[in-house]
Design a protein around this ligand. Structure first.
Ligand code: HEM
Length: 283
């Protein structure tokens, strides 16, 4: 039987465009030259490429999380809960991808990492401003990152704006109150720069939703989407902490923290505390 060359077969079926003198290519559209020339190893070590790409991929997914969460927050603020669900479900899927990078990174052994770790200086994911923008958007507000970027006016003003803005949880509590379920005024009019602390009236309001799911179906769905996101965020933190322990043990971090001991501590943080607390009390 006469074998058909792959290119011939393709050409027979389609009209392949090959003249891109005046047209945009895939590479142009995606700015691939910029993207793919941004992996600069500071050592000649083979494994540093993995380390850089895993961080780049994570930062790209974080960018999409921010894009989706900001839009979802606006949907909730304008009472379009249905539209927000689509975006929050996408956030959860992105978080699954983010978690998967640890599987790739854990192929980096301690001996391999030690070959180039000193090249990082004080650089650390601790300074990831996108990670802090995500924490701000979820409602966990910490000031130190504003200091880190004090000498970078553009970054600094974006961080301040996010720091002062209502979080995804703030607009969700406002939607809860908007449905007629009472919530303390001090919570609704609170200073958005401060991390939300668990509040009894908010817990009782969510309890009403969970005890009357048919009546408050949309709020119930919103609450569960928030729990999905917090759960996945904590799973990411846990995998990070364990991967770090696997690679550097209990050494100090390049960012200056105690390392694993610090990463264990942040596992205790909550974005949406009442949604977790009510599970104990619900009967
Ligand atoms: C060999 C790989 C890695 C090691 C050994 C490592 C180690 C650490 C350590 C020790 C910290 C605590 C701060 C410090 O003192 O530096 C930290 C924080 C952090 N790292 Fe990593 N990391 C690694 C990979 C990654 C990757 C791939 C990402 C993805 C972007 C990442 C994101 C972060 C973030 C966001 C924080 C801040 C966590 C918080 O404050 O809650 N890390 N890392």
């Amino acid at each position: 039987m006469k074998s058909v060359n792959r290119h011939q077969a393709f050409e027979n079926e389609t009209e392949i465009e090959t003249d891109f003198k005046e047209k945009m290519t895939y590479t142009d559209y995606l700015s691939l030259d910029t993207l793919l020339s941004s992996q600069h190893r500071l050592s000649n070590h083979h494994d540093e490429m993995l380390f850089i790409i895993v961080h780049h991929v994570s930062e790209l997914w974080m960018k999409l999380i921010l894009h989706e969460v900001h839009a979802a927050r606006e949907n909730i603020r304008t009472n379009q809960l249905g539209a927000s669900f689509k975006k929050l479900a996408r956030v959860a899927q992105i978080q699954e991808q983010l978690k998967s990078v640890w599987d790739v990174l854990s192929t980096l052994t301690p001996s391999e990492y030690m070959e180039f770790r000193d090249k990082l200086g004080n650089a650390s994911g601790f300074q990831s401003y996108q990670n802090r923008l995500i924490e701000f958007a979820f409602g966990y507000k910490t000031e130190y990152v504003l200091k880190i970027y004090e000498n970078d006016p553009e970054r600094h003003s974006a961080l301040i704006e996010a720091y002062e803005a209502a979080s995804l949880y703030d607009v969700s509590i406002q939607a809860l109150a908007g449905s007629g379920i009472p919530v303390d005024k001090e919570v609704l009019n609170r200073d958005m720069r401060i991390t939300h602390q668990s509040n009894e009236s908010v817990k009782q309001a969510w309890m009403i939703v969970y005890q009357n799911v048919n009546q408050y179906w949309e709020l119930y769905e919103l609450a569960e989407k928030l729990v999905d996101i917090e759960d996945l965020f904590q799973q990411w933190r846990f995998r990070h902490m364990k991967t770090v322990e696997r690679i550097i043990g209990f050494k100090k971090g390049t960012g200056g923290s105690g390392g694993v001991s610090y990463l264990k501590k942040v596992l205790d943080q909550y974005f949406f505390p009442e949604l977790w607390e009510l599970r104990t009390e619900l009967s």
